[in-house]
Design a protein around this ligand. Structure first.
Ligand code: PEP
Ligand code: MG
Length: 747
């Protein structure tokens, strides 16, 4: 067989392109291609194996093997040489294939005649589509040049799939993009939704994988890389960069200046690829490497390279963020990750959000919660699998996503949605009624909020007010510190929307996971226990004062409720409270109206505060348990860490004893007690809290109905008796006892 030259490979690509341009069905095209490749490469055999499902490959077309084997021969990923290529996403080049480790003889194909084997992956930006193989009788090692040429051909094949070249029989590469897929991630926000995919960063579609004039293409790629370098330098010269952003950009700059990267792309172009296809080929190779790398740091860097390739593709194709696609009805946003401001921009038109990354406490999750749209996080590789417009079902309750679901799944999903809608109707009928238990105790149900967008829920949910208004969102979604007047206007609008119902504004809780883009990030070993919330407020007094003034002005004489987050000792509360009183007096001295009443509370989020001197409980107008933080410190289990965050039951008797102690101490000093962590929105937990004497619960608006419904069905004295009896028995958690008791209640 003659050595291939670069122009040979260009010729082959051109023939391939012309052949693909001819009309024909998927199978005809695949047959033509295998014939053409074998002919051009001078081999007796050329075969295309494609994925039937995630781990099965099927022989879909062949020149040289027995035709009867087509669509019959199948193998698992990792099985035989073809399976090895698929698993490792790297070529296998064997002169004596039958003696190669892992060789598997497929009698139906007649391949025992062939000695040498060269297989390369068919993949598109790391997405494995199949394997392309050539074989010949003579025992010979294929040259680097031939390996390279076949890789380039495989690349074009993969690229053509995106353009639907093999659509028609469901046999071509890309058939995977039409198969149903299930992603099991985590819950970011509960709820279910049916809709259609909308990619936050749409994939660039390369329409011209083969190019005739390498010189023009090389000029194009050099110019695009030049532009890319300039844009990164510009980003790096921006002032407000934190350490992490700078580090990422430095890595980008390093890659963008890497000679190897550009050289490899230029070589691909010499072989006949267009500039765009060359970028994608490199991107695919990097992705394939990514899957083999166990080191987290290296994986991150390869991810950077992936991002960079996307930027380069956008420059080359001019497609930018906007590919001209129109947003489908009922859009479900798919992204690797997304910032809070970007998510807010989409707003309520989204039906759901699915992220590859993200965390429960991420800003995106906070916004998704505020917008009350289901959010699934950690849906691995969904951005590679999903195409704009694909039907999708999002189950935020279980953290599951069904992409391109089949009929059966859609039907059962719709049943679930209908059941939830029915339950909502039932809850809506309770809207005007109090959460009065059979014993006559009325628990007050409030809602948590953080955005103006939350406020309409106050009417629809029947909340008595806002028990926790998280003010940090307004700070997080901006690029600079908001001004006092701006905040005052916003807080006033919140109070207007609450129509006289109380709103407990919590002062800024930043630090920990909530880092302001415009504040110098602190390199803290353990930010959740670091410089956060009131600790920042008391040290950076100017920001706290500004916020307190904004709140006082927003009230315009109306009653005002303020609470301070993360108070660990009495003294902190005294200082914060005095600051607020001082600001009120200052406002009065300036002739501004001051709130008719001022209620000042503390959030109990650290165990130490439960044991504070009595004076603390006497000085606070109310105390609100921030259960999310309190629980993480009580059990020493990071609320953000999936491995431990669900490990300890909220109904664990140690925790309940602790809550009872807090409730007793508040009762002793007549301090009002509420609970505003996520657990307050879980009906069973809420019922147990209420039975312990926690009189106010603040939760997501959607939880008010279910919590109220249960509270109205039970006698809290009985709940307390069940809890006390279970505790006396020495159980770890009272949950089984409580559930058992609930099961005995009449419907
Ligand atoms: C809490 O810790 O329970 C709480 C309500 O505050 P956040 O979730 O904002 O920390
Ligand atoms: Mg908290």
């Amino acid at each position: 067989m003659p050595e291939r030259s670069e122009s040979d490979s260009r010729k082959l690509l051109r023939r391939l392109r012309d052949s693909l341009a001819l009309p024909g069905k998927g199978q005809d095209r695949l047959d033509r291609i295998t014939h053409l490749i074998a002919d051009s490469m001078g081999t007796e055999v050329c075969s295309i194996y494609l994925f039937r499902d995630e781990d099965t490959l099927e022989l879909c077309a062949t020149e040289g093997l027995k035709k009867e084997a087509v669509h019959q021969t199948r193998m698992k990923v990792g099985e035989g040489l073809v399976g090895r290529v698929a698993r490792t996403a790297t070529p296998v080049n064997a002169a004596d294939a039958p003696s190669e480790r892992g060789f598997r003889y497929m009698p139906e194909t007649g391949e025992e005649l062939f000695s040498s084997f060269l297989g390369v992956p068919i993949q598109r930006v790391g997405e494995k589509l199949g394997v392309l193989v050539v074989q010949s009788k003579t025992a010979r090692q294929f040259s680097d040049d031939e390996v390279y040429a076949l890789e380039v051909v495989a690349m074009v094949l993969a690229e053509m799939t995106e353009l639907g070249a093999f659509v028609g029989e469901g046999e071509g590469p890309g058939a995977l993009h039409r198969q149903p897929r299930i992603f099991r991630g985590g819950t970011g926000q509960e709820g279910v939704a049916e809709g259609n995919v909308w990619l936050h960063e749409p994939r660039v579609v390369v329409t011209n994988p083969v190019a005739d004039d390498p010189l023009t293409e090389i000029d194009r790629i050099r110019e695009a890389v030049g532009q890319l370098r300039i844009s990164i330098d510009d980003l790096l010269s921006a002032e407000a960069l934190d350490k992490d952003q700078r580090q990422v950009l430095e890595a980008y700059r390093m890659f963008a200046r890497s000679r190897g990267w550009l050289r490899r792309m230029e070589e691909d172009i010499q072989r006949g690829l267009s500039a765009e296809a060359a970028v994608e080929k490199e991107q695919s190779a990097a992705r394939a490497r990514l899957e083999q790398v166990p080191d987290a740091y290296l994986r991150e860097r390869l991810n950077d390279l992936d991002d960079l390739s996307n930027r380069l593709l956008r420059i080359l194709t001019g497609q930018g963020q906007d590919t001209g696609a129109t947003m489908p009805d009922n859009p479900v946003l798919i992204a690797r990750n997304i910032g809070p401001a970007e998510l807010l921009e989409y707003g309520r038109k989204l039906r759901g959000v699915v992220l590859e990354e993200g965390s429960v406490g991420s800003h995106a999750a906070i916004v998704a919660r505020a917008l009350a749209i289901p959010l699934v996080i950690h849906a691995e590789r969904i951005t590679a699998e999903a195409l704009n417009g694909d039907p999708i079902l999002v189950d935020g309750d279980s953290g599951t996503v069904h992409l391109r679901p089949d009929e059966v799944v859609v039907r059962s999903f719709r049943d679930k949605m209908a059941m939830q809608a029915k339950a909502q109707e039932r809850y809506a009928s309770l809207r005007g009624l109090p959460a009065e238990s059979r014993c006559g105790t009325v628990t007050r149900l409030y809602m948590n909020a953080g955005l103006m967008a939350d406020l309409p829920s106050i009417d629809s949910s029947g909340a008595e007010g806002v028990g926790l208004f998280r003010t940090e969102l307004q700070f997080l979604i901006r690029n600079q510190m908001p001004k006092r007047d701006e905040l005052a206007k916003l807080y006033a609008r919140v109070m207007d929307a609450a129509k006289g119902r109380p709103v407990a504004f919590r002062t800024l809780d930043i630090g920990s996971d909530k880092v302001l883009p415009y504040m110098k990030p602190q390199d803290e070993p353990n930010p959740a226990m670091g410089w956060r919330a009131i600790r920042v407020g008391l040290d950076k007094r100017g920001v706290l004062r500004m916020q307190l003034q904004a709140l006082l002005r927003a009230a315009q004489g109306r009653p005002l409720t303020v609470m301070f987050p993360f108070i660990s000792e009495h003294e902190e509360f005294v200082t914060a409270r005095n600051e607020l009183l001082h600001q009120r007096d200052r406002e009065a001295a300036m002739g501004h109206p001051v709130p008719e009443t001022l209620r000042i509370g503390a959030m109990l989020e650290t165990p130490s505060l439960a044991f504070a001197p009595k004076a603390f409980f006497e000085s606070a107008d109310f105390i609100s348990i921030g259960g999310n933080d309190l629980k993480q410190f009580f059990f020493a289990a990071d609320r953000e860490n999936e491995r431990v965050r669900r490990r300890y039951d909220t109904l664990n008797t140690s925790f309940l004893r602790f809550l009872r102690l807090i409730a007793d101490r508040c009762a002793e000093s007549n301090a009002q007690l509420s609970f505003c962590g996520e657990d307050a929105g879980r009906p069973i937990e809420a019922m147990v809290f209420a039975s312990l004497g926690i009189g106010t619960l603040s939760m997501r608006p959607a939880s008010i109905g279910p919590v109220k419904s249960l509270l109205r069905q039970v006698d809290l004295r009985e709940v307390r008796a069940v809890v006390t009896a279970a505790m006396a028995e020495g159980v770890e958690s009272v949950r089984p006892a409580v559930m058992g008791w609930l099961a005995t209640l009449p419907e």
